[in-house]
Design a protein around this ligand. Structure first.
Ligand SMILES: Cc1cc2nc3c(=O)[nH]c(=O)nc-3n(C[C@H](O)[C@H](O)[C@H](O)COP(=O)(O)O)c2cc1C
Length: 181
């Protein structure tokens, strides 16, 4: 009888340790932002979750002319037209592969994620990790980008993702976080 009691206490202790380990499962926020909108969302997400946010930085930053999507010859238009374009990115401050959950934020360009995100996903293997994509945009949805992330990270769990409207960042993020918990 006494032995059974000790066993039960040990089992309770073990389950407490396993629970604590699970709560400690880690998350990081990775984002690219050319004009600051996605960065604001990433900062708010960091405040809400306590996860650190780190930027994907292109080696060659995008100038105002580069960002002119109305000009078919601009850098972004040309990158968009080239399926193999992989603009170089600077080394990341942290290795995102060290985290269980990776929030990845970006602006929508031409209905998709910018090509620097393709470079990012080419650079890391998120097999067995969870990716939570989020974006900002004029109006376009995140769905095409999410499909491409799934293709590039077939062994990751990629959640539906969320476009965050910038007029109520905190409210939108809270709603999204509740839905993915
Ligand atoms: C090159 C380029 C292409 C864009 N294409 C789209 C688009 O297809 N659909 C859309 O809704 N918004 C589009 N936008 C608007 C951006 O998604 C939006 O302004 C976003 O919030 C910018 O985020 P950032 O400030 O973090 O760079 C585009 C902007 C740029 C610069």
């Amino acid at each position: 009888m006494k032995r059974k009691g000790v066993l039960l206490i040990l089992l309770a202790l073990l389950s407490a340790v396993l629970c604590a380990a699970d709560m400690g499962s880690s998350a990081i926020i990775v984002y690219f932002s050319a004009t600051g909108n996605t960065e604001k969302v990433a900062e708010e997400l960091s405040a809400l979750t306590g996860a650190e946010s780190i930027a994907v930085r292109p080696d060659d930053t995008y100038s105002r002319e580069d960002l002119n999507y109305r000009d078919g010859n601009s850098r972004t238009s040309e990158e968009n037209a080239d399926a193999s374009a992989r603009p170089a990115i600077l080394p990341m401050e942290k290795n995102p592969e060290d985290y269980d959950a990776v929030f990845v934020g970006f602006p929508i360009w031409f209905g998709d994620m910018p090509k620097v995100l393709y470079t990012f996903f080419d650079s890391y293997d998120f097999s067995g990790h969870t990716i939570h994509p989020f974006c900002t945009s004029g109006s376009s949805s995140i769905s095409r980008a999410v499909e491409h992330i799934m293709e590039m990270e077939p062994e990751a769990e990629v959640t539906d993702g969320r476009r965050i409207a910038t007029d109520d960042i905190s409210g939108e993020l809270q709603d999204w976080l509740e839905s993915i918990q």
